[in-house]
Design a protein around this ligand. Structure first.
Ligand code: NAD
Ligand code: IPM
Ligand code: MN
Length: 359
């Protein structure tokens, strides 16, 4: 048993509600496995702008880089539109400050939820894929300019930025079904032509046993709806990954289910649901906490190396979804807190069963 320092960044909108739900689950895991999790909350996003004028106060940045892992709710909302600083700036800057170049967004379509997808059940059943989104480069971080009559966002990628995220994706493919689909717009963009070249070389030199295919992002958006089961690891640049992962989220029934892990080569990771601050449902105990709870499982697995603990959260979530104990986005009647409590009860049940297993 050990002590772990976890920084919690609740943020805005539903962020504090889903973060609190995931912290509750982590506390129970700590109790069961005898770990001490020290949680410390810090300001980010709109909440930080309101309190300090800065979406990423220095104090928050320092706490994040010194932590064992960071759990984030969400940032943003209409309240801060048109302001001098934007909440989203805080999120982008903490990703950059922590060197989190790889954003992993896994999706497994639960057989019990396949009917909740707007797509036909037979198309989405059995989908099991993971998006590797490059997170600290591309058009998000290039120079921005603005005059009264024009604006520009520069898209830059270096060979090294492409190599490191490609390696991470190929390594993961080796532990899965051995297939990588690299997504770009090489028919138009120079950064995409470099992307394709580098991914092809890393594959040939280091991972020839993996099956690699390239796809253009527009047709990929179509294929993901037509035959999502064909995909295993999807490797792509920052903005394409942002867009495709929200598209993919509907295959599983709700964007509220999807977790993410943002990782660098060293240091703590940052874990957050893929959804945003959902201003339309904020403050009403309506948000689905599962994406954040599953992000907490990824935190345990990737940053704290607590694999059994991560497995038990995932098993509990699967049991709860199978029992139909869901929030409104999935047709259920539970609020955010009740849904989190259902996961906690399932963790307790799983532990009771394993403690009393007949040998
Ligand atoms: P959103 O993801 O917040 O919401 C899109 C839709 O999905 C809404 O109808 C919302 O109610 C629903 N939804 C989202 N999460 C849900 C959950 N957990 N349970 C049930 N329903 C859920 O996207 P948006 O409305 O385009 O963006 C709102 C704000 O969030 C913007 O300011 C945006 O910049 C920000 N944002 C932040 C993050 C982040 O912090 N990582 C991610 C995406 C968007
Ligand atoms: C996400 C979000 C962020 C992104 C925004 C809020 C900056 O959409 O995490 O998917 O575009 O990366
Ligand atoms: Mn997004």
């Amino acid at each position: 048993a050990r002590t772990y320092n976890i920084v919690v960044l609740p943020g805005d909108g539903v962020g504090p509600e889903v973060a609190e739900a995931a912290v509750g689950v982590l506390r129970v895991i700590g109790d069961f496995y005898g770990h001490t999790f020290n949680f410390s909350e810090h300001l980010i996003g709109g909440a930080a702008i309101d309190a300090t004028g800065d979406p990423l106060p220095e104090e928050t940045r320092a706490a994040c880089v010194a932590a064992d892992a960071v759990l984030l709710g969400a940032v943003g909302g209409p309240k801060w539109d048109g302001g001098k600083r934007r909440p989203e700036e805080g999120l982008l800057n903490i990703r950059k400050a922590m060197g989190l170049f790889a954003n992993l967004r896994p999706l497994q379509v639960s057989p019990v939820l396949a009917h909740r997808s707007p797509l036909k059940k037979e198309i989405v059943e059995g989908v099991d894929l993971i998006v590797f989104r490059e997170l600290t480069g591309g058009v998000y971080f290039g120079e921005k300019t603005r005059t009264d009559t024009m604006a520009s966002d520069l898209c830059i990628y270096t060979v090294e930025e492409i190599e490191r995220v490609a390696r991470a994706a190929f390594q993961t493919a080796l532990q899965r079904r051995g297939k990588v689909t690299s997504v770009d717009k090489a028919n138009v963009m120079e950064t995409s032509r470099l992307w394709r070249e580098v991914v092809t070389r890393i594959h040939a030199q280091e991972f020839p046993q993996v099956q690699l295919e390239h796809a253009l992002v527009d047709s990929m958006a179509m294929h993901l709806i037509r035959k999502p089961r064909d995909y295993d690891v999807i490797l792509t640049e920052n903005m394409f990954g942002d867009i495709l992962s929200d598209e993919i989220s509907v295959l599983g029934g709700s964007i509220g289910l999807l977790p993410s892990a943002s990782l660098g080569s060293v240091g703590p990771g940052l874990f957050e649901p893929i959804h945003g601050s959902a201003p339309d449902i904020a403050g009403q105990d309506l948000a689905n906490p599962v994406g954040t709870i599953l992000s907490a499982a990824l935190l345990l697995r990737h940053s704290l190396k607590l694999e059994d603990e991560a497995d038990s959260i995932e098993a509990a979530v699967a049991a709860v979804l199978a029992a139909g104990a869901t929030t409104a986005d999935l047709g259920g009647a539970l609020g955010t807190r009740a849904a989190a409590n259902a996961v906690i009860d399932a963790i307790k049940a799983i532990h009771w069963a394993s403690a009393h297993r007949v040998q």
